[in-house]
Design a binder for this molecule. Structure first.
Ligand code: SAH
Ligand code: SF4
Length: 350
């Protein structure tokens, strides 16, 4: 059993079964989530027999099998091998005002599934298909791995985006359990507002998420302004049409008073023209939202090309003139296949 799969009450129950006093649970919880201990020997305040019992639990969940740094040193991708052999990836992106500063942002992009069932044609994870859901502990373990690494530099993770491999809303319960565990005030205490969940647009899950009124940010991958274009890129659009997705987003905004982000991979000649921008703006009018556009990252199984800087700028300006705020995001970690949607690229080619 992976120790990160236990929530606090499960850990408390386990210690009760072991006839240990209740305060031990708190000590272990703090060891895990505040000191990032990753082996029983590190829990020096515990008795030796208890440390030996802890040896029956798994403290890792996976082995980091490949670690790659981008040439500018600002992006690190780690490929983890799960006990059943599946591979997942997590990417750390540093945005430091200067390299010695602790003030910068360090955004961690984590996976929620091995592979993905949604089959978006431009996405490397979609191209590999679905392997399995990650447990909540396997999601948490990715964060602990990087938290530990950054601690060596006296740094912390500042933002977590669930934009690695997989569709978080297809693995809803485990994803939310992981967020709750990381959010726990007596543990890692990572603020809800510093998480962003990205979804392909599973309408019932968006509504459920809205009803739960979490403070977590929501991003919805749109990529097209009409159903005929979207269905060619994203098979899920057969089930949930753009209109339904936007209705669910409106419901989310109404329930939470939070802005929704739409993600848009700019593909040359496909969805990057001023006409498309105008159509998109017309559909989004009146919704409290923001568009995050990123030039497509190349993947082995898709022939589309990235939009160049100039066309991207025109797309942004067209949207903004129509009243929709838009940011063009920089592509990061392209040289190590760590860009959005590129994860698992290395898996496919081995
Ligand atoms: N399954 C979720 C989250 C993981 S994908 C989702 O689809 O939203 C994270 C983001 O990367 C999504 O917005 C997705 O559409 C985008 N993406 C996938 N492949 C991409 C590519 N090749 N280039 C740029 N963005 C891509
Ligand atoms: Fe899955 Fe997201 Fe990739 Fe689509 S873009 S295949 S939903 S990971």
């Amino acid at each position: 059993m992976l120790i990160y799969d236990l929530d606090f009450s499960a850990l408390t129950n386990l210690l009760k079964e072991w006839n240990e006093p209740a305060y031990r649970a708190k000590q272990i919880w703090q060891g895990l989530y505040q000191h990032f201990y990753h082996s029983p020997e590190q829990f020096t305040s515990l008795s030796k027999p208890l440390r030996e019992k802890l040896n029956n639990l798994d403290f890792a969940g996976f082995n980091p099998s490949v670690v790659q740094d981008s040439s500018d040193g600002q992006t690190r991708k780690t490929l983890f091998k799960l006990p059943d052999g599946h591979l997942i990836e997590a990417v750390l992106m540093r945005y430091d005002p200067d390299s010695n500063s602790t003030k910068g942002r360090r955004t961690l992009c984590i996976s929620t599934q091995a592979g993905c069932a949604m089959g978006c044609v431009f996405c490397a994870t979609g191209q590999m298909g679905f392997k399995r859901h990650l447990t909540s502990g396997e999601i948490v373990a990715q964060v602990m791995y990087y938290a530990r690494l950054l601690k060596e530099e006296d740094l912390t993770v500042t933002n977590i985006v669930l934009m690695g491999m997989g569709e978080p809303f297809h693995n809803y319960d485990n994803t939310m359990a992981a967020i709750d565990r990381l959010n726990d005030a007596d543990g890692y205490n990572f603020g809800a507002r510093r998480f962003t969940i990205s979804t392909v647009g599973l309408v019932p899950a968006i509504r459920r998420f809205a009803d739960e009124k979490r403070q977590v940010n929501l991003a919805v991958s749109l990529h097209a302004a009409d159903d005929a274009s979207r269905v060619e890129m994203m098979p899920i659009n057969k089930r949930y049409k753009i209109e339904e997705v936007l209705d669910a987003c409106e419901y989310y905004v109404a329930q939470t008073s939070r802005r929704v982000t739409f993600e848009w991979a700019l593909i040359h000649g496909v969805n990057d023209t001023p006409e498309v921008a105008k159509k998109l703006a017309a559909r989004l009018r009146g919704l409290m939202c923001h568009v995050n556009a990123i030039p497509l990252n190349p993947t082995a199984g898709y022939h589309g090309e990235a939009t160049d800087r100039q066309r991207a700028q025109i797309f942004k300006e067209t949207l903004e003139q129509a009243g929709i705020p838009c940011t063009i995001r920089m592509r990061r970690g392209i040289d190590i296949q760590a860009g959005c949607g590129q994860l698992a690229g290395s898996v496919l080619s081995t």
